[in-house]
Design a protein around this ligand. Structure first.
Ligand code: MRU
Length: 344
């Protein structure tokens, strides 16, 4: 079984501390929703679906912490927690999706005790659902992969970016479980190295063949036919098929087009944002020390200006297919995404 990133245990939230990987597999326990807020901000937990479930568990903790005597007071406490949780990381839409869903459930309850019980149960269900969705997505996507494929992936869209199993890496897991022999090439993914610290760690942990390359070797790898397919996750997908994902995804997609290598995206329906246009989305800018240091060691001069966007946008014309738990969509994305949601 792949790693379980986050779970509810004895009225607390237990999560793998991803900042300590790959050197140590440590867990942190949150009993206060502000600890969840801090964990999301500092990348203790990260990856769009995992952040979404963290948000739901954060609301569950806020409900247990609340001293509200009436339903109205409780909803007001939860709205306060929702706002703080929502502001932790703005780009991945799964957080907004999960917070909205759990707040709707809270509002539908009659009293304080029912809210406490129901939000905890709902958050636990959302965590269990996440694994099931990833496994179904994996099965749907595995049909696109052949025995002996070598697949490049960027960032970490694995068990560690979800509750378990993974989105992009879930597809590779499912193909391997189906008897295909799929090898992976993982990019290091600067600046905070989710590829080397997390993807390489979890695939090795699960016995999947993985080689690591620096981000700068993607062109070399494709030009030398070392890879025949690419798969990544997503933090937000618009109705047009524009994919927001970890910084560097766009340049990988451009190189894939240049070398005629299929470029796939795997993401659950909760990652789709059918309301916004590309220019409406705030791309999170992260702290400069992520770029001026590696592993806490200074690698740039003092006081250097830094541009550190966490995500970029891959346009639909570079994407061969988007794999979801409800099937695979291909171009023209504006039409096929519309059909996908109409049918589900
Ligand atoms: O900044 P992160 O580590 O949260 O970014 C994660 C990514 O971009 C992942 O590739 C993406 O969330 C897909 S999640 C399955």
């Amino acid at each position: 079984m792949s790693l379980k990133t986050i779970e509810w245990r004895d009225n607390s939230v237990v999560m793998i501390d991803q900042t300590k990987l790959p050197n140590e597999l440590l867990f942190i326990t949150c009993t206060d929703y502000m600890q969840v807020v801090n964990a999301i901000k500092t990348l203790v937990i990260r990856g769009a679906p995992a952040i979404g479930v963290s948000g739901a568990f954060g609301i569950a903790l806020a409900a247990l912490q609340s001293n509200a005597a009436t339903k109205e007071e409780m909803i007001s406490d939860l709205e306060g927690a929702e706002k703080i949780l929502f502001e932790t990381r703005p780009t991945a839409v799964n957080l907004a999706w999960a917070l909205e869903k759990i707040m709707q459930v809270a509002r539908s309850c009659d009293d304080v005790d029912e809210i406490k019980k129901t939000v905890v149960e709902t958050a636990k269900q959302m965590a269990d659902e996440d694994i099931k969705i990833n496994m179904t997505m994996g099965k749907n996507g595995s049909k696109l992969f052949d025995d002996n494929d070598t697949v490049l992936t960027h960032c970490n869209a694995g068990a560690l970016a979800t509750v378990g199993y993974g989105t992009a890496l879930g597809v590779i897991r499912a193909a391997n479980e189906g008897g295909k022999n799929i090898k992976v090439i993982a990019t290091e993914t600067r600046p905070v190295q989710q590829g080397s610290r997390l993807t390489a760690f979890e695939l090795k942990h699960d016995g999947i063949d993985v080689s690591l390359i620096p981000d700068t070797a993607v062109g070399y790898t494709l030009a030398n036919n070392l890879v025949n397919k690419i798969i990544v996750g997503a933090d937000r997908i618009l109705k047009t098929g524009h994919v927001f994902n970890k910084i560097g995804t766009y340049q990988v997609a451009l190189l894939a087009k240049q070398h005629n290598v299929p470029f796939y995206v795997a993401a659950p329906l909760s990652t789709f944002d059918l309301k916004s246009n590309p220019e409406d989305i705030i791309i999170e800018q992260r702290k400069s020390s992520e770029v001026t240091q590696i592993g806490g060691k200074k690698t740039a001069p003092d006081n250097i200006n830094v541009i550190n966007p966490a995500f970029d946008i891959t346009p639909p014309k570079l994407i061969s297919g988007i794999i979801t738990e409800k099937g695979v969509v291909t171009a023209p994305f504006e039409e096929t995404i519309k059909e996908l949601f109409a049918a589900n």
